[in-house]
Design a protein around this ligand. Structure first.
Ligand code: ADP
Length: 404
């Protein structure tokens, strides 16, 4: 089945056209820094995957996707010349709330419920929904599926997903921890089990998805038992522009002191905090690392805080699990920044997570899953290339085939 996978992020669009039978990508697209004047989109077609770069300055995520569809039907290297050659569409959706506990076909009822989930992930769900609407208009007869980041975390026990608030907030509004990045954590755990040559059901893993957004999950015997993201993807680690966990009293304090509205406060916490808020430079970790190397104190503080919060989360999940066999690093920062991995694990050797500096530094192995701890490290450290798109394509294929 030829599946178009759409992974709309807060400031990025990742898309692939995947032939699910042979599990082969036929087209790969990445738009970065979307919404800014520097936004670019690269598109590459099989078999050579020579990248062509397009200017998408100022376009929204959905408009970038529209431009990609134009390229796909007009570029001679493309495997399709008509949109109806796409047999199904798989959309990555960050938050499914209590409405969605599994991969779902997007019919009118599901689409209405997707809108109700938007406030749970205000940076991610709205651009994804815009992409779905645009595709429903352009490809009305092509089945569209939503694959939720929250589904993997449905195995969490109540002690992990409940908040110590008056019970009626759970009963009336379903306020609880849902987590996010579930597709990535599940995939990272499976890949780590393959690397360690052990069945996933025997392992205790701490999976770290460190990208623009970031979350850490305790995966016990293949099941998520706790995760740092919460009711929304705002909780947990310090992120590119999100604060992560802070004292909730700070929010009411700032609102009173500065007369902020709810929306303004939401924007501060989601768009103006985190690495951007502390460094004052940006949310892109590469820019902040470069500034820190050049002696920028605020950039250095942002990195120090970023690393410290990851160390504390790994430590807390070590305590939460009955055993820890490996820590798994994935996503943009986890996969690519040897420097940040070195800083994170420099503080964790006493827990038995001992990095091998040379293995960590190896360049030229990007994209290859590997173990980067020393041979006799009691807890292994793995780097896994996340392949959310392939997972989404396979889940889409399975559901559409099942429904017929
Ligand atoms: P998203 O959450 O949008 O999917 P990604 O997983 O693509 O994000 O990760 C994006 C982040 O990864 C950015 O902060 C980017 O700076 C960072 N990143 C990518 N490559 C590197 C690198 N070589 N060193 C440090 N950070 C990197």
């Amino acid at each position: 089945m030829l599946v178009l996978v759409v992974n709309a992020g807060s400031s990025s669009l990742k898309s692939q056209l995947i032939e699910t039978h042979g599990k082969e990508a036929r087209m790969k697209c990445l738009a970065e820094k979307v919404g800014t004047p520097e936004a670019t989109m690269t598109v590459a077609f099989a078999p050579d995957f020579h990248k062509a770069t397009y200017d998408v300055a100022g376009l929204s995520v959905a408009r970038c996707l529209e431009k990609l569809l134009d390229i796909m039907v007009s570029d001679p290297a493309s495997p399709i010349s008509r949109l109806d050659q796409i047999e199904a569409i798989g959309n990555r959706i960050v938050a499914g709330g209590e409405f969605f506990t599994r991969t779902t076909l997007i019919d009118d009822a599901a689409r209405r419920n997707l809108t109700r989930c938007e406030e749970l992930a205000p940076l991610h769900n709205p651009p994804a929904d815009e992409c779905i609407d645009m595709l429903r208009t352009l490809l009305p007869n092509t089945p569209q599926v939503a694959v939720f980041d929250t589904a993997f975390h449905q195995t969490m026990p109540a002690k992990a997903y409940m908040y110590p608030l008056p019970m009626r907030y759970y009963d009336e509004y379903s306020i609880r921890r849902y987590g996010a990045h579930g597709t990535s954590h599940r995939y990272a755990a499976q890949q780590a089990a393959a690397l360690l040559e052990r069945p996933l059901s025997d392992l205790g893993l701490i999976t770290c998805h460190l990208g623009n957004g970031g979350s850490i999950t305790a995966v016990n015997h293949g099941k998520s038992i706790d995760t740092t993201m919460g009711f929304t993807p705002l909780e947990g680690l310090m992120m590119g522009t999100r604060s992560g966990s802070i004292d909730p009293a700070i929010i009411t304090y700032i609102m009173r002191r500065e007369g902020k509205t709810f929306d303004e406060m939401d924007k501060i916490l989601n768009n103006e905090s985190g690495v951007l808020g502390i460094s004052g430079i940006g949310s892109d970790m590469r820019d902040v690392l470069t500034a820190a190397e050049n002696g920028d104190d605020r950039a250095e503080l942002a990195i120090d805080m970023y690393v410290y919060r990851i160390q504390k989360a790994i430590g807390s999940y070590y305590a939460a699990m009955t055993r820890t066999d490996a820590v798994v690093m994935t996503a943009g920062i986890g996969e690519n920044s040897a420097h940040l991995r070195e800083r994170i694990f420099a503080g964790l050797a006493h827990m038995g997570m001992i990095l091998d500096k040379e293995r960590n530094d190896v360049t030229g192995q990007i994209g290859v899953n590997r173990i980067i701890s020393i041979d006799d490290s009691p807890i292994k450290i793995c780097v896994v290339t996340t392949n959310e798109e392939m997972r989404i394509a396979c889940e889409t294929n399975d559901l559409v085939s099942q429904i017929g």
